[in-house]
Write a protein that binds this ligand. Structure first.
Ligand code: HEC
Ligand code: HEC
Ligand code: HEC
Ligand code: HEC
Ligand code: HEC
Length: 276
């Protein structure tokens, strides 16, 4: 879940502007106002001094610490307009280094928004659901108590530029845990339930075209999508057994529903052999 209270999302376009003679002037005034407002936002979105200046440094110095400019540029965050200041602070409208860097502190500084134990809250200012799960985990407690729990960056790196495979995840867990954590099975099952839900949606669409009755399976689809979101919520508590349980149950139900549709589809073909 993403909280999007930044960027262009805040602009509300009045839906019902009446364009009769009397209102024409008002209409144009409104349109001009909206246009100016919009173009100002676009200009603001484009000219971010952090990005402009660091693009130049990035090119001359690829050995940027922690993450490179290129890594940011290729990340989902850059694509969604999440610029340097969203995580580092500072003043993105000043072109002067000192002014732009006001209030930025390094990750080693305990007051920094990217100090290791502040990272969850910083990332979580947008990733609300993930933070909520994470806060109820032993990892969060341990991060604040002994500094030994993982934070978001341990698994996602600061740029979240890579979606982990189940095997990679398990090897992250075994950095700190000797016993198996079930992370491999849980992530595998979660990913396969995502695929299964999408397949069921396609199956239902195809079945509808063939005039197969799909009500029960459509209900399963809605319920499964809900359970999937539930499993995602549980994920960041790292109770892998629970995730596995929800995902496996969901997988089973979705595959049954697809099987039912296949059988019904065959039934119809046998009744109407001319129909393919
Ligand atoms: C006019 C150029 C310029 C602007 C504007 C600028 N920076 Fe920098 N920044 C630099 C230089 C130069 C360094 C130091 C060289 C390096 O480490 O790559 C630096 C270093 C940093 C560092 C490392 C911290 C440190 O103390 O070494 C961070 C984080 C950073 N900038 C973030 C930002 C953010 C966020 C913005 C916008 C709010 C921004 N910068 C705007 C030039 C700029
Ligand atoms: C999604 C959040 C996020 C964005 C966006 C982001 N950074 Fe970072 N950055 C981090 C985190 C977290 C760290 C430190 C943790 C780590 O990866 O080791 C970091 C570390 C750094 C460092 C190393 C200095 C230090 O204090 O350790 C520099 C320099 C830096 N970032 C510059 C930038 C610049 C320039 C941009 C924009 C082009 C940017 N960052 C965008 C999260 C972000
Ligand atoms: C200012 C808001 C903001 C902050 C701060 C932020 N993110 Fe994001 N993040 C986003 C948005 C927006 C997306 C894109 C979501 C989408 O399109 O569904 C995203 C996507 C992601 C994804 C999904 C990547 C994928 O391939 O689907 C991960 C993982 C992630 N962020 C981790 C982090 C981490 C770790 C931090 C802190 C270092 C962080 N984010 C900080 C807004 C933010
Ligand atoms: C121990 C490893 C680990 C830690 C710590 C961790 N994550 Fe994740 N996270 C994952 C894995 C693995 C996935 C992929 C699960 C999936 O398929 O959705 C994921 C998924 C995500 C997603 C995408 C969710 C979606 O809807 O698909 C976001 C965003 C995210 N994490 C943000 C965070 C934030 C923010 C934190 C810190 C508060 C954090 N993560 C801590 C391992 C971790
Ligand atoms: C940076 C180290 C670190 C990483 C990486 C890490 N953990 Fe942990 N984890 C801890 C610490 C420290 C504790 C609390 C002490 C304990 O119970 O061992 C903990 C506790 C837990 C607990 C609760 C206690 C228990 O034994 O039931 C679970 C569950 C857990 N971790 C699962 C995972 C999973 C799954 C992964 C990988 C996705 C993972 N951890 C990755 C450090 C880590």
């Amino acid at each position: 879940m993403i909280r999007t209270n930044f960027g262009l999302g805040a602009i509300k376009v009045p839906m019902a502007i009446k364009i009769s003679g009397r209102f024409k002037l008002l209409h144009w005034a409104l349109l001009t106002f909206l246009f100016l407002g919009l173009s100002r936002c676009l200009v603001l979105a484009e000219s971010n001094s952090c990005v402009e200046c660091h693009a130049k440094i990035g090119k001359s110095d690829p050995s940027h610490p922690a993450h490179s400019f290129i890594e940011w540029q290729n990340s989902i965050h850059a694509k969604k307009g999440i610029n340097c200041d969203a995580c580092h602070g500072g003043n993105p409208s000043s072109k002067d280094v000192t002014l732009a860097h006001k209030n930025i502190s390094r990750s080693m500084d305990p007051g920094s928004s990217i100090y290791f134990d502040k990272i969850p809250d910083s990332c979580g200012s947008c990733h609300v659901q993930e933070l909520e799960g994470f806060k109820s985990s032993d990892h969060y407690k341990e991060l604040n108590r002994s500094g030994k729990g993982p934070n978001c960056v341990t698994c996602h790196s600061s740029m979240a530029s890579h979606v982990m495979t189940p095997r990679e995840l398990e090897s992250v867990c075994t950095l700190c845990h000797r016993r198996p954590t079930k992370a491999y099975a849980a992530l595998l099952s979660l990913q396969s339930s995502r695929k299964a839900i999408d397949q069921l949606r396609n199956h239902i669409q195809e079945a509808k075209i063939k005039k197969v009755e799909t009500e029960a399976q459509s209900t399963t689809l809605i319920q499964s999508e809900k359970n999937y979101q539930e499993a995602l919520k549980i994920w960041h508590t790292f109770n892998m057994e629970k995730v596995l349980e929800v995902a496996q149950e969901l997988n089973h139900r979705v595959r049954n529903a697809m099987h039912e549709l296949d059988l019904k589809g065959q039934g119809i073909r046998e009744e109407n052999p001319q129909r393919k």
